[in-house]
Design a protein around this ligand. Structure first.
Ligand SMILES: C[S@@+](CC[C@H](N)C(=O)[O-])C[C@H]1O[C@@H](n2cnc3c(N)ncnc32)[C@H](O)[C@@H]1O
Length: 283
């Protein structure tokens, strides 16, 4: 299945460089990484794998952005699919518990890119926060969305005041924090801690010592390097003692729970303690 499979018309740029420019107007190098999880979730869905994200398939079909390199990065497809499955479970649990408490579930997705989890959990109120160019792309491609889109940097003041719900919320930060250094991450947790109460946050992190080893194979690594300002929940607890780790989710454990299916589809697999998802809570 080709990423850019449909017939192109005469106004379609022919070279992949031109296509990239057209698909990513005004985007930072980190923002351009948003195509990776989108593409891999679509690919995993097409292969009838461990996640179902038909909305990602539909967006990929409509996008005129063909990055042949993505197709060879099987390890990243597996990691992103496992991450998606874990974060879906966390979202499910938060929503069920919040509804049981008689509250409206609110999910705030930071660095949202073209993530489509909101379609899988329509019972929640959604906020999607990203920089201006990805939000414009979101408005164009995530059709029928009921979410509130906010164009802002999560490392600067201002984004939180645009969110009407700031109590008992779930914050998801998926595939974002590893691109930023410690000072920016500290500032982010400071804003979150100051402006929200009873906040549950789930984010993925990469152990610092492995950041080079696990550099992306499918994009220009110098442009979107892993800086790993936060590499585990303990780092956050030191930066901001209000936050406590509730649970850590290892990708390998997730792999094992689908291993029968995954072993047939993926040859590899080099797992260690480098990739984890942290679930933290602050009163
Ligand atoms: C690898 S993508 C992940 C996208 C999405 N979370 C997903 O899993 O599909 C990283 C995202 O972080 C966003 N991002 C980068 N810098 C940001 C900032 N300062 N504030 C908000 N979002 C930012 C990018 O625009 C991009 O959408």
């Amino acid at each position: 299945m080709a990423f850019n499979s449909r017939t192109v018309n005469s106004s379609t740029p022919k070279s992949s460089v031109e296509r990239e420019k057209r698909a990513t107007p005004g985007m930072t190098d980190v923002s351009k990484t948003l195509f990776l999880p989108l593409f891999f979730r679509a690919q995993e869905t097409r292969e009838d794998g461990i996640i179902r994200d038909q909305a990602a398939v539909d967006i990929v079909d409509r996008l005129q952005y063909d990055n042949q390199n993505f197709r060879v990065d099987r390890e990243m497809q597996l990691i992103i699919s496992l991450r998606t499955a874990i974060l879906d479970r966390i979202t499910r649990q938060y929503i069920d518990e919040t509804i049981k408490m008689g509250r409206q579930p609110v999910v705030i997705n930071l660095g949202a890119g073209l993530d489509t989890r909101e379609y899988r959990f329509p019972e929640a109120t959604w906020y999607q926060v990203d920089l201006a160019a990805p939000i414009t792309l979101r408005q164009q491609y995530v059709q029928g969305s009921k979410a509130t889109n906010i164009a802002a940097s999560i490392f600067e003041e201002g984004w939180s005041s645009q969110i009407a719900h700031r109590d008992h919320v779930l914050v998801l930060v998926e595939g974002v924090l590893m691109y930023f250094g410690a000072e920016m991450v500290r500032k982010f947790f400071e804003i979150l801690s100051r402006d929200f109460t009873h906040v549950t946050i789930a984010f993925d992190a990469l152990a610092k010592r492995y950041s080079k080893l696990h550099a992306h194979q499918s994009i220009d690594v110098d442009k979107a390097a892993f800086k790993c300002g936060v590499s585990c929940g303990t780092d956050v607890e030191k930066m901001n003692p209000g936050f406590k780790t509730v649970e850590e989710f290892g990708y390998y454990q997730e792999y094992l729970s689908h291993s029968e299916m995954l072993q047939k589809r993926y040859r590899l697999i080099r797992f260690d303690a480098t990739h984890k998802i942290y679930l933290m809570y602050k009163k």
